[in-house]
Write a protein of this length. Structure first.
Length: 230
């Protein structure tokens, strides 16, 4: 999918839940993805961790490419790694539709956004829990998405940190912040989802609140009912 098609399709379906595949059953990837497709999800969130930037290790482009073969859903690749610029072409080739890097891991975030766009892939820029919004202010007019971490990046299953909510508001008030897609990641569940959408979040990454449930579809429906009911 082209970059502009992806951005408008995500905008159209927002607010929407993007399952984080960190906790899925990798031995049964095809059926896990089929279940999520049947539940009507709009994209999959793939967490790439290098054991250096974050104290956890997951997977790289091989798994992204394997998932690409299993689904036409857009793939939202969240890079938690040092030197992400070295691997952007490889993740684009593997089938990423959106690539998000952490501002803490690069010297020149604008150049990395441009590098991602050169692959006709949408570009996201992420801030970890301790990073202020000012660190991404200059990138907002160029990036397609801003990801605000509501936990310390690295592991699923952590509690939502409310300090993220203020950052969402701050981003919206900055130049370029009105139009950018806003994503939140970490600790989103039926109790926290509404606070995130009330502060303008369009893309809600959810790991344990889906994958620790028996019925993924029902878990997604329950969370969505929190944001759609008045
Ligand atoms: C953690 C990852 C998240 C994680 C979210 O660093 O970026 O995507 O899987 O998991 P939950 O929803 O359990 O916090
Ligand atoms: Zn993530």
């Amino acid at each position: 999918m082209s970059r502009s098609d992806l951005v408008s399709s995500l905008r159209d379906v927002s607010p929407t839940i993007l399952p984080s595949m960190l906790m899925c059953d990798f031995g049964n990837l095809a059926s896990e993805i089929e279940t999520l497709e049947e539940a009507g999800v709009s994209a999959l969130h793939l967490d790439v961790m290098d054991g250096v930037y974050v104290p956890n290790f997951t997977y790289g482009m091989t798994i992204v490419a394997a998932i690409r073969k299993l689904t036409e859903l857009p793939l939202d690749v969240h890079l938690m790694m040092v030197s992400p610029e070295k691997y952007i072409p490889a993740f684009a080739d593997a089938g990423a539709d959106l690539i998000t890097f952490h501002v803490e891991t690069v010297d020149d975030p604008l150049a990395v956004v441009k590098q991602i766009h050169d692959q006709d892939v949408a570009a996201g820029v992420a801030i970890n829990l301790a990073t202020p919004v000012s660190e991404i202010a200059s990138v907002l007019p160029e990036a397609d998405m801003a990801l605000v971490m509501s936990i310390n990046a690295g592991f699923g299953g952590q509690a939502f940190n409310e300090s993220a909510l203020k950052k969402l508001d701050q981003i919206r008030s900055l130049p370029g912040g009105k139009d950018i897609l806003l994503q939140i990641d970490g600790g989103i569940n039926a109790s926290t989802i509404k606070s995130a959408t009330d502060h303008g979040t369009q893309l809600l990454v959810v790991g344990s609140a889906i994958f620790k449930q028996d019925d993924y579809g029902k878990a997604i429906e329950t969370m969505m009912s929190e944001v759609t009911s008045s």
